[in-house]
Unconditional design. Structure first.
Length: 115
């Protein structure tokens, strides 16, 4: 039993540092350069049925594209906020989910419309 406890202890010591932790990442304040609103795509591209915004300035969680999927419960609200910011050239505060990405983009968690 003591041997099992020691092996478990050492196994956890090796495994725990390698686990990734998802977090909410603040990306600061940005302007939207381009807004892509995509429907279903015949090519099954990962960007299908998403809204993708290209932001200015420094990368956000390693990407200059942020997205929200049509299947998200908050799709309509985030789409409305992104469109309002884009049309009025308003800057937005952006927070993303660090563990939710598609090729080239990171998932929007929160946007703040700023005057």
């Amino acid at each position: 039993m003591k041997t099992i406890a020691i092996l478990l202890f050492f196994s956890l010591g090796v495994a725990l540092p390698n686990l990734s932790h998802a977090e909410l990442v603040s990306c600061g304040v940005h302007s939207i350069q381009t807004l892509y609103i995509q429907g279903d795509r015949d090519d099954n591209n990962a960007h299908g049925s998403t809204v993708i915004a290209q932001i200015d300035g420094a990368a956000c969680n390693g990407y200059n594209l942020i997205y929200i999927e049509k299947s998200s419960a908050h799709y309509d609200a985030l789409l409305s906020g992104l469109m309002a910011a884009y049309v009025s050239n308003m800057r937005i505060g952006i927070y993303v989910n660090s563990s939710s990405t598609i090729p080239g983009a990171t998932q929007i968690a929160i946007i703040n419309l700023l005057r």
